[in-house]
Design a protein around this ligand. Structure first.
Ligand code: HEC
Length: 137
């Protein structure tokens, strides 16, 4: 009986809770070391600042662009790449388990996408803030 209750609880759990992957925790620790070197007062990453980074619109090459342009303002829904028109699967790890599960993917896409939107590579603090925001949505 107890076993049955436990198993059914486990089966339900992933639908409404998200455990950060080891890769995400490891990458956030790596970013934290760099952020502290740059700013000795740095304490923790901030999801509210990450939200600003995600929603802020810039003008790049005469066109408005933000992270939302390709990923949509609902991270649990699919987006569409404004450059290629291809569908982009949801960015939220609660909606899409493969998200934030590989350090090399996070590094590659953050580097590329910060350049698309901010015309520079994000700082360690900015990357940590935005990853924390994405992981909570
Ligand atoms: C021009 C379109 C575009 C814009 C703008 C954009 N992205 Fe992306 N992003 C992509 C594509 C394409 C992928 C990779 C395709 C995929 O994984 O589905 C991706 C993947 C990612 C990933 C990888 C997630 C993972 O682990 O699989 C992260 C994180 C991410 N984007 C964050 C951002 C942030 C933060 C911004 C704003 C600074 C942003 N993106 C802006 C197109 C975009």
């Amino acid at each position: 009986m107890n076993k049955i209750v436990l198993v059914s609880c486990l089966a339900v759990l992933p639908a409404f809770s998200y455990e950060p992957s080891k890769a995400l925790n490891d990458y956030l620790s790596e970013l934290k070391i760099v952020a502290k070197k740059v700013n000795p007062n740095f304490k923790e990453f901030d999801a509210t600042k990450g939200k600003d980074i995600f929603f802020t619109t810039n003008i790049v090459d005469g066109k408005k662009i933000s992270c939302v342009s390709c990923h949509s303002d609902n991270l649990s829904k699919s987006g569409q790449n404004i450059k290629t028109n291809k569908v982009i699967d949801p960015l939220s790890p609660s909606a899409n388990k493969s998200r934030l599960s590989e350090i090399k993917d996070m590094k590659k896409w953050l580097r590329r996408n910060f350049n698309d939107v901010y015309k520079r590579e994000g700082t360690a603090q900015e990357k940590g803030d935005v990853l924390l925001f994405i992981s909570k949505n």
